[in-house]
Design a protein around this ligand. Structure first.
Ligand code: BV8
Length: 235
């Protein structure tokens, strides 16, 4: 194995599957019995904010109980022992990377324990319920809180940093993502173009096939720790 200086680990719902959390596209297109387009679009939120708030308040109860699995923990081990800049770019809104002690985490699709005030931009951090009656702690306006989740049709968060990281990346690991949602699905292409070695960790090859140097099949809770052990041995 080479020695790397700028590592990106892109994660999707698959890294949290072994922590008991549902992925998005494994079931019959329903996600926690809701259609994604009924809850994860800006139109859905504008049409029925209470319905979307209820969905995310319910999801919070599930995500708060989940514990990190060996895949999340292996990332902490790598960050603590491998001499490189190691960034976690996650599409997940759960906080399992934080719970595992990962550092340099970028939630490009937002975070379940955050709501944003559409009036003043204040971020409210809470695992408690938020709804159209919630008053902003900063501007004190009521009814303007939105889950700090990037809905379909909204721009991603942290993209300036992500673009910088991708420009100098020399090792790109994609873990548990189907490569269906853009622009996250295009990150491997950018990394590859910039000369990175690219590895995909999934149960099956995904639509991004072409851009990966190697596909490491199997559950991430097994494959990622094994890969990281090898990387640490070689450093
Ligand atoms: C954007 C928030 C610019 C909810 C999410 C029309 C108008 C506007 C935009 C578009 C449009 N048409 C297309 C687009 C682009 C759109 C898009 O990509 N659509 C897709 C569906 C075609 N993207 C956007 O809208 C993005 N914004 O483009 O802004 C813009 C703005 C205006 C107008 C034009 C452009 C916003 C994208 C973010 C949407 N929000 N989530 C929430 O999370 O609560 S996306 C949602 O999908 C989640 O964030 C999730 O993380 C993400 C990706 O899914 P995955 O994580 O990959 O999960 P999935 O279930 O799919 O796959 C899991 C994988 O794990 C599988 O491969 C499985 O095999 C594997 N696995 C399972 N178990 C394991 C495992 N692997 C290893 N081990 C295991 N144990």
């Amino acid at each position: 194995m080479n020695s790397y200086k700028n590592i990106i680990i892109l994660t999707g719902a698959g890294i949290s599957a072994e922590s008991g959390l549902a992925t998005f596209r494994a079931s019959n297109g329903l996600w926690n019995n809701h259609k994604v387009e009924d809850v994860a679009t800006i139109e859905a939120f504008e049409r029925n904010p209470d319905y979307v708030h209820d969905f995310y308040n319910e999801l919070k109860l599930e995500l708060i109980k989940a514990q990190p699995n060996p895949a999340h923990l292996a990332i902490t081990k790598l960050q603590q022992n491998y001499p490189a800049k190691i960034s976690v770019i996650t599409q997940n809104v759960d906080t399992l990377h934080e719970k595992a002690g990962n550092q340099n985490i970028y939630h490009i699709h937002g975070q379940i324990n955050q709501s944003v005030c559409l009036n003043c931009g204040h971020i409210l951090e809470t695992f408690g319920d938020v709804d159209t009656q919630t008053q902003c702690h900063n501007c004190h306006v009521t009814g303007m809180m939105k889950p700090n989740i990037v809905f379909f049709g909204e721009n991603l968060l942290c993209m300036d940093t992500v673009e910088q990281l991708l420009s100098s990346c020399d090792l790109f690991l994609s873990v548990g993502t189907s490569g269906v949602v853009f622009p996250a699905a295009s990150f491997v292409q950018i990394a590859k173009y910039n000369g990175a070695k690219t590895f995909e960790f999934n149960l099956e090859p995904t639509s991004n096939n072409f851009y990966f140097d190697k596909h490491i099949m199997g559950p991430a809770g097994t494959t990622l720790p094994a890969f990281i052990e090898e990387l640490l041995k070689s450093s």
